[in-house]
Design a protein around this ligand. Structure first.
Ligand SMILES: [Zn+2]
Length: 329
């Protein structure tokens, strides 16, 4: 039939699945994935996190087993969060040589040499008050906290961490950490900064997992206001100037525009954190058969990558790796 109006036939490339595969612009790969893990004291501990089906708090022995599975699935990296034996006002176990994360890193490194270990740098999991820094009354002190964050980063790297990821959102932390690492001879260790981290309601389930709910108040004096994107770009720019090698946007799904702008403006290796609430919503709806969990999981991650993320921190990492294997079988 004559094409009278000379309209475009986009469907030509959609009839044949082989052609569809050939013209697909965004594909998920295992190299995109970073898997978050939670270390707790004890032995043989595997506590399910209620609001995050399939996610567990693991004692160091179990964590090593989990890391082997992650490595065997072809996932290149994990990011570790620690829940210490004791919490105090200064978060001492965050930078103790025998702290939970330091022990976990050494145990993993002893058994596995082909998995990248990234560690989260913040104090909130380690402080008795659950805040990300030192307090003066109810105020979170900025400059006084920097020295402790730097100490925490150095002690993780001394234990064997391959990369550190400051999540605290104190001003100047990347500068302080870079300076401390260089001074200790770790100039080759990269920093992945949580550069644009929003004060988000999507972190709820994580706080169950990391036991880091603040005793009073909230995190709005350091994490970003949810309505701001220009400020996000200024935050990212500052972190790059201070020495960040990879910049992160967190959360991911609700902030795709921020990921896009960060990637476009700075052309930096860009990470995005698909946070616990994003994960929990998809899981819950999937378990109720309200959505096709696998399809929505993949769609959520493709969207994050399409927006500009080079790597994605996600609790779905193992499921995605299995899905990639299944798709290639
Ligand atoms: Zn924190």
């Amino acid at each position: 039939m004559e094409n009278k109006y000379n309209f475009k036939r986009f469907r030509r490339l959609r009839y044949n699945p082989i052609v569809r595969d050939m013209v697909r612009e965004t594909v998920l790969a295992k190299n995109d994935l970073i898997y978050p893990l939670f270390a707790v004291p004890g032995k043989n501990v595997k506590n399910p996190v209620k609001s995050m089906p399939g996610v567990f708090q693991l004692s160091v022995d179990k964590l090593v087993e989990e890391c082997k599975e992650v490595r065997d699935l072809g996932i290149p990296a994990v990011i570790l969060f620690g829940i210490p034996e004791h919490k105090d006002e200064k978060g001492s176990e965050a930078y103790a040589a025998d702290g939970i994360i330091q022990r976990a890193i050494r145990a993993i490194k002893k058994e596995i040499n082909d998995l990248l270990i990234i560690t989260d740098i913040c104090l909130c999991e380690y402080t008795s008050h659950g805040h990300c820094g030192l307090l003066d009354g109810e105020e979170i002190l900025n400059d006084e906290t920097l020295a402790l964050l730097a100490k925490e980063a150095v002690s993780h790297v001394e234990a064997g961490a391959d990369m550190v990821a400051p999540s605290d959102m104190m001003d100047g932390r990347v500068f302080a950490i870079r300076k401390a690492l260089d001074y200790k001879g770790f100039s080759k260790t990269p920093i992945m900064s949580y550069a644009a981290k929003y004060a988000s309601g999507y972190y709820g389930p994580f706080r169950d997992a990391a036991e880091s709910t603040p005793a009073f108040g909230d995190r709005k004096s350091h994490q970003m206001d949810i309505g701001n994107i220009n400020e996000a770009l200024r935050e990212v720019e500052a972190d790059i100037e201070e020495g960040a090698d990879i910049v992160m946007v967190k959360p991911a799904g609700p902030y795709l525009d921020v990921i896009r702008e960060v990637k476009k403006k700075f052309s930096m290796p860009t990470a995005a954190y698909q946070v616990s609430g994003e994960f929990a919503m998809i899981k819950a709806a999937g378990q109720n058969d309200w959505i096709d969990e696998e399809r929505v999981m993949i769609e959520s991650l493709i969207s994050i990558k399409r927006a500009g993320a080079d790597m994605i921190l996600t609790y779905f990492a193992k499921d995605v790796a299995k899905w990639i294997d299944k798709s290639n079988a």
